[in-house]
Ligand binder design. Structure first.
Ligand code: MLT
Length: 264
C-alpha cells in the first residue's frame, strides 16, 4: 500500500516485472471490488488498484472533485507505480474515468477493459437523481444513501448468494465519508460524453456487461462494443451491475482470454 500525491492510496499484487493491469473501481465502492480478479490474475500479471479520492482509504480532501481530476489521479498512479503501458480496466464510474483517460492519452495504454459502464454523460433525469442523492446524504447520512443505492447494483439472487460478503460491502461503503461520496456524485455529473471518441479508439477493447445490469444494461453496452474497431463483447450470465463480484468465474474467464490475446 502506498500514498501518492496526497490523494490516492494504491495497492499492488504480483511481480512488477510482469505486464501491468490497472483496475479502477465503481461507485460507491473501493479497490476491494476487484479482489477475485486480482487473486486470479496476479500470478501472471502485475495487478495495481487504488481507491478513488474520497472513497475507501484514500484521503477525502475538500470534496470538490471533477472527472478530469479523477483522470489526473489515474495518470499519477501510472507515473508513481512506473506502469509501462498497463491494460486499463474500469467498472461503471471506473469506466467513465478509463474512457476519458484513453481519450486524453491513448498511447499510455496497451488495452482497455470496460465493465458495466456508459459513454454518455448524465441526462437531466440522472442529474436530478444525483442531486437527490446529495440531499438525502445531507438529511439522512451516508448509510441510508448507500443502503438505497447498492441493492440496485446487484441482482437479487447474487445478494442472497453473496450473503456475508454482500453485508460486508454494505458496511464498508456505509462508513465512507459523506464529503467523499457527494464529491464523487458531482464528479460524475461533470463528466463529458465519450461516445464520439469510441470509434477513434485503436487499442483492443474488451466490453463486459452483466446480463441483468439495471444501470448499464446490455442494450447500452453492446453498441459501445460495436462502435469500437477492435473490440469483444461478453455478457456475464446471472449478474447485475457488479459483474466482478457477482460472477467472478465468468469475468475471470473472459479477462484471461482477452489478456492472452493482447499479450500474445
Ligand atoms: C457505479 O457503479 O460506478 C455507478 O453506478 C455509476 C453511476 O452512478 O453512474
Amino acid at each position: 500500500m502506498s500514498l501518492i500525491n496526497e490523494n490516492i492510496i494504491t495497492f499492488s499484487k504480483g511481480d512488477p516485472n510482469n505486464q501491468p493491469i490497472l483496475f479502477v473501481h465503481g461507485f460507491p465502492f473501493d479497490h476491494t471490488m476487484w479482489k477475485n480478479q486480482i487473486n486470479e490474475l496476479s500470478s501472471q500479471y502485475f495487478c495495481v488498484s487504488y481507491d478513488i479520492r474520497g472513497l475507501g482509504e484514500s484521503p477525502v480532501g475538500d470534496g470538490q472533485y471533477t472527472m478530469e481530476m479523477f483522470v489526473d489521479d489515474l495518470f499519477s498512479v501510472i507515473e508513481h507505480m512506473k506502469l509501462n503501458k498497463p491494460v486499463l480496466c474500469g467498472l461503471s464510474m471506473g469506466g467513465y474515468i478509463a474512457q476519458r483517460a484513453v481519450e486524453r492519452n491513448e498511447k499510455l495504454f496497451k488495452a482497455l477493459i470496460l465493465c458495466d459502464t456508459k459513454s454518455e454523460p448524465d441526462n437531466n433525469d440522472a442529474k436530478l437523481k444525483r442531486a437527490g442523492g446529495i440531499k438525502s446524504i445531507n438529511e439522512s447520512g451516508v448509510k441510508s444513501f448507500v443502503h438505497a443505492f447498492i441493492p440496485n447494483c446487484f441482482e437479487e439472487e447474487s445478494i442472497i448468494k453473496l450473503g456475508d460478503v454482500y453485508k460486508e460491502i454494505l458496511e464498508r461503503s456505509s462508513n465512507f465519508s459523506a464529503t467523499g461520496i457527494k464529491g464523487c456524485l458531482l464528479a460524475m455529473i461533470s463528466r463529458t460524453d465519450t461516445t464520439e471518441f469510441l470509434s477513434e479508439i485503436k487499442i483492443p477493447v474488451l466490453v463486459v456487461c452483466g446480463e441483468k445490469d439495471k444501470l448499464a444494461p446490455p442494450h447500452i453496452m453492446e453498441p459501445i462494443a460495436e462502435t469500437i474497431i477492435d473490440s469483444e463483447f461478453h455478457i456475464i450470465p446471472g449478474a447485475g451491475h457488479m459483474t466482478p463480484l457477482e460472477n467472478p468465474e465468468a469475468v475471470n474467464k473472459v479477462l484471461k482470454y482477452f489478456l492472452s490475446r493482447v499479450f500474445k
